[in-house]
Design a protein around this ligand. Structure first.
Ligand SMILES: *Cc1c(COP(=O)(O)O)cnc(C)c1O
Length: 376
């Protein structure tokens, strides 16, 4: 059996090696390392894949979120509502820009932002909502967009874990996540569902005017060469990374199928087990399984993780500490106990290996060892 890894980038690469190697070599030989034709082609191909008017490539997912907030011209002390149960980057850029992160709890079964909690958190200072499509399944965008419309708020979707995921509206129409709100942001970090071989990110919007601001913001606030209309940042996607992403984008839907196959395997193995809750699937979204995350019930998580690790089964905790209990994000408004769902999830979740290269032998081995531990 091949060694089991949380993410197996090597075996994935080997399947597209020839194509990737020659694309990378072509960029090197072209010397068009920054903003070369590969970046322009990738931008167009991603626009077509997502069915969105504008894709603005940038250096990473955190930059994408920051550029989005900057382009919206949010002012210090404006409040931005986001989920407490997420990767730190979401709240980090809000704080960095001296905006006020307002944290809300999530749903206990889907891990996604609680829409009623969003409504309760809205004040006259609220300017934007940042839903996170956590672990690869969409937040309830239709309900979020209704709240946003009612209160005249921007919606910035954090799509770093869910690129390719489809959201289905009540009328039966569907749209890729990241293209529903005012702006969508994603990351091409190697372990993400569409990962490059270094850092990368992108911003999406259907708003022509906003697209200009986003593009300028990512490029030193420049409107024409040496003319700077706004304060910006320097955030670019490398041509080499774009060349790799063009190839991997063509496989993204197949990667999703492989991830779902692993998830179905896990679901079947753990169905109705009293000590674990498998991730809930919702009707309004498919799942692209960035992570497969169990909730443990009455289990010593550290001990279980050590047991699995001994057997050669890696497992990770996404995320162990809620944002409001992180030193950097302590806030007199929040104390321990204020976000009961997030706090409970942080102490009970465990993510199993989830990637495109898991075979049946490995999946059998993982589930057998998890069940051995739970049943003893
Ligand atoms: C990975 C991630 C980011 C940040 O992306 P980087 O490319 O690492 O900067 C932001 N939000 C979420 C939810 C993520 O998972």
């Amino acid at each position: 059996m091949k060694k089991i890894q949380m993410v197996d980038l090597k075996n994935q690469y080997e399947k597209i090696q020839e194509e990737v190697d020659s694309a990378v070599l072509n960029v090197i030989r072209s010397t068009q390392y920054i903003n070369g034709p590969e970046v322009q082609e990738f931008k167009k191909e991603l626009e077509a894949y997502l069915d969105v008017k504008h894709v603005i490539p940038c250096a990473n997912g955190t930059d994408a979120l920051q550029i989005a907030m900057m382009a919206l011209d949010l002012q210090p002390d404006d409040e931005v509502i986001t989920a407490n149960f997420t990767y730190v980057a979401t709240a980090e850029v809000i704080a960095l820009l001296k905006l006020k992160p307002v944290l809300v709890d999530v749903y206990p079964d889907t891990f996604d932002i609680d829409v009623e909690a969003i409504e309760r958190a809205i004040t006259p200072k609220t300017k934007a909502i940042v839903p996170v499509h956590l672990f690869g399944q969409a937040a309830n965008m239709e309900a979020i967009m209704e709240v946003a419309k009612k209160h005249n708020l921007y919606v910035v979707e954090d799509t770093a874990q869910a690129i390719g995921c489809d959201y289905t509206f009540k009328d039966g129409s569907s749209q890729k996540v990241g293209t529903i709100g005012t702006i969508g942001c994603t990351s091409f970090f190697p372990s993400k569902n569409l990962g490059c071989y270094g850092d990368g990110g992108a911003i999406f919007t259907n708003d022509d005017e906003l697209a200009i601001k986003l593009k300028q913001t990512a490029n030193h606030g420049q409107s024409r060469q040496y003319i700077h209309d706004r304060v910006g940042v320097n955030s670019r996607l490398d041509s080499i990374q774009a060349a790799i992403l063009r190839i991997k984008l063509r496989h993204l839907d197949d990667y999703s199928v492989a991830r779902n196959r692993a998830a179905d395997f896990y679901d079947n193995a753990f169905a109705n087990h009293p000590k674990v809750k498998t991730p809930k699937r919702v009707a309004f979204s498919n799942h692209v399984f960035h992570q497969y995350t169990l909730q443990l019930i009455g289990v010593n998580r550290d001990e279980m993780r050590a047991y699995l690790s001994d057997k050669g089964v890696p497992a990770m905790i996404y995320y162990p500490i809620p944002l409001h209990l992180q030193e950097a994000y302590t806030d007199p408004r929040y104390s321990k106990g204020d976000f009961p769902i997030t706090e409970k999830l942080c102490s009970s979740v465990m993510s199993l290996p989830m990637q495109t290269e898991l075979d049946d032998e490995q999946l059998n081995f993982i589930t057998r060892n998890v069940l051995d531990y739970l049943n003893n």
